[in-house]
Ligand binder design. Sequence first.
Ligand SMILES: [Zn+2]
Length: 350
Amino acid sequence: MAPDNASSHTKLPVNRNVKHVVLGDLLFKTWYQSIYPDDLVSKDTDRLYVCRWCFRYSCDVDAYAQHTRACQHRTTPPGTKVYHHGGYAVWEVDGDDHKLYGQNLSLFAKLFLDHKSVFFDVASFLYYLLTFTDPNDPENYYILGFFSKEKLSWDANNLACILIFPPYQHKQLGKLLMGVSYKLSAWEKDGGLIGGPEKPLSEMGQKSYNRFWEERIARYLLLRGSEAADTENSSQQKQKPPKGSKKKHHHEVMTVQQIGLATGMLTEDVITALKGMGVAEPTTPSKKRKANQEAGDGETVMIRKSNVLEWAKAHRVALQDPVRDEGFLGRWAPRDTPEIEESGTDEDDE
Ligand SMILES: [Zn+2]
């Protein structure tokens, strides 16, 4: 894949048809060429005005102003709210129900995405919009970015394409959307599948995902480990542990596959993350391990909790997941919340 050098964007492609966009009251540079129709957007457009609620576009500032006064989505996005926590919300928009919306969003997104030829078959995609509403200004919402997902993915991809709009980048919002995409793959439930983002990833996408996966695994290992350590500590006070058992308190031996099952991550992504963190050590070969490998149980790794903790501290990882379970709504809501579900329709849609 062509590296998109996205961390700096100092070398912008010269042949961009649109040089700048105005989104609401924000003006910013584009990064790549999009596929706006030639008759509406000329080859050399300096400023394209884009509606911040529905992504309709115009080169004419008056037409744009007129539209924004009447935009049908100025108070709410289309689709269904699936997540809401702390002013941030995620809305699911079915591309089949909102074709023009999906097309306009895709055209806009392409200005900042290099590697995806993508997504103009909007009917077969779901779009998840990330919005923010200031509690002091509840009538006003902002779309900060989105991810798309193929309705039917043979590779169980939980995400096709993700973009946080440039003015809102570097605020950890990508991780929020990635976390939501894992939750919506429903890997914890019957009928859900373990998956990951569509590959190959761009250079920037790979970087972002590496960090997201590392934090996801760190949280899992540390939160899981702390429960175990608490019970161990309390029992230690009562009786001295037998010699040789001390080691067990400092590291745990797990297979890559076990970590994947617990976090909803593909084995290959678990391996990438553990390597990146530098916390996995190969276990000393033993008869048991050999038997495991022959049985196809996957690579066994040894992880020292202290190393994970050190990594988490060095990288300032908050133990609290930014995606809150209690933030999910409707059929994604935690199970103890009463909900009305249309029986059987969910699986038929997949
Ligand atoms: Zn609009």
